[in-house]
Design a protein around this ligand. Sequence first.
Ligand code: TXA
Ligand code: MG
Length: 329
Amino acid sequence: RWTIDLNTADWQAAPEAQAVCAALLNGDLVAVPTETVYGLTADATNGTACAKIFKAKGRPQFNPLISHVASLEAAREHGNFDGQALALAEAFWPGPLTLVVPKKETSPISDLATAGLQTVALRVPDGPVMRYLSERINRPLAAPSANRSGKISPTRAEDVIADLGPSLSFVIDAGPCPVGIESTIVGCIDGTTRLLRPGGLSREAIEKVLGAPLSGADARMAPDAPTAPGMLSSHYAPNASMILNASHASPDDGLLSFGPDPLPGAGQARAEINLSPSGDLTEAAANLFQAMRALDASGVKTIRVQFIPSFGLGEAINDRLRRAAAPRV
Ligand code: TXA
Ligand code: MG
């Protein structure tokens, strides 16, 4: 575990930085913080290293990985950006946006990382550690969220260690992730721009730059050819079962509340966490996964969730909650 303070510049000069780069070049797995969640990271050009990611996560190999790079310029070595993709990259990178674009034949990103697709998911994260490592080893870094497949994504180093510790050569601990929810994924393919996964960048912000509504997410996947995370019914699953838009709290259950107005019976809930007492959706997103973990750890069998509006980051919050509530496979 390498603990760093992002407010100081000297982490880049630490001997651990050198050791982490050597581990990545050697094809090992490293947990790296980003502004969204912690990533289970490997050299995206090394098929063997990418295979280790799938194995450590227990992730089906048809589900492709995001490749992280340091700049738009670096991203353009791997994918073809149309006008819309360029506009979005220029507006929001570095930041919580992943663009799925046609893959360049010359890109060295492993077919395992892209699950053999003709497209590639690229992101320039705002979290400086991932960007720095990619630049220093001069390779794209493949990184899914650093959790076992189907479980809650990690926003703290402790969560990563509890879930995946033995598979990792390093865990880089930069404290809690400020956005707290994964990147928004937008596909820019064949002239259409689609929302593939709501996330830490709101639909409204994206549509403002595009000057048009995003195409619906429904057409994103054929049931037999899933290419985005939405197709898996159960995802982000806590051990407890979830009741969404609960009408009241219960003394037997946990309560995930939101905003200043308590649900009837809230004071009697067995455990309660308010995602944002002031009703701020950005704050609620930052707290969501930690709150789900904490309520789960309190031992309740059921977590009731208060209504959360669906605009801004509320779209991504509700997406994660619906998946957490979905029937387990
Ligand atoms: O914020 C994030 O996006 C975090 C951090 C670590 O960057 N990463 C993350 O990765 O959430 P992951 O693997 O948990 O989710 C990425 C999703 C995958 O589920 C996959 O379905 C989708 O991106 N994806 C990757 N490549 C794709 C492609 N070529 N076409 C469509 N979807 C793709
Ligand atoms: Mg994930």
